[in-house]
Ligand binder design. Sequence first.
Ligand code: ADP
Length: 245
Amino acid sequence: MQNAVYQKIETESMPSLRLATAPTLVSAVGLTKVYPRGTETVRALDGVSFELAEGEFAAIVGPSGAGKTTLLHLLGCMDAPTSGDLILAGQPTRGLSDSALTRLRREQVGFVFQHFGLIPTLTVAENITLPTLFSRKRAAQRANELLEKVGLAHRRGHRPHELSGGEMQRVAIARALINTPRLLLADEPTGNLDSANGDAIIALFHQLNREGLTVVVVTHNPTLAAAANRQLTLRDGKLVEDIAR
Ligand code: ADP
């Protein structure tokens, strides 16, 4: 009995031990994004600073318009900040050319969106290998491995309209993983799913994180936010709360 208790304590304390000693994957320093709006400007992000260690699972939460999607896009080098700095996988992004930013993004980051973003005319396997950096043979092999991982090996030749929403999101996750990124970013990944399919996607994120992938999700889903070990709350473009557990 006592052994079982010790074992439980040891297993439960492992993620925090692992994270405490893990290298930094993301460093955000005073990230600010200002958009023009008519004759005025809007500060979508206003001086946001935090670090994420390799292996963290972070949820970005906050009311609509708080700057969550803007922050996710900056973390994924899909957009550049107006001021502030982002260091991703040890690489300062300030001053990088568009092609260098694209390379960094392709090598380090995978993206998952609320509306899946699959190309309807392509099969599941073709959708997954589309953004690949590998040779065709290696890409096909990797697509098969990923389809196994997300439980959709039997769907590889299907087209998106033949899949359920939950299956489409699993394909989108497989596609995001094709180049073996270190950072997986997801914007409301359960926002278009019923709760059973949403829970399956949450379990998949959890599994990928346990295997070492760093995950950042923007979400209004309390179950998904609770699955994360870190919760970053934005309000009016500012980071107002940063809770780790
Ligand atoms: P959230 O994801 O928390 O709902 P967003 O990051 O989408 O918030 O938006 C934050 C603020 O920035 C909002 O006021 C939004 O209208 C504004 N915004 C976002 N993208 C743009 C853009 N491309 N041009 C102008 N304003 C934008």
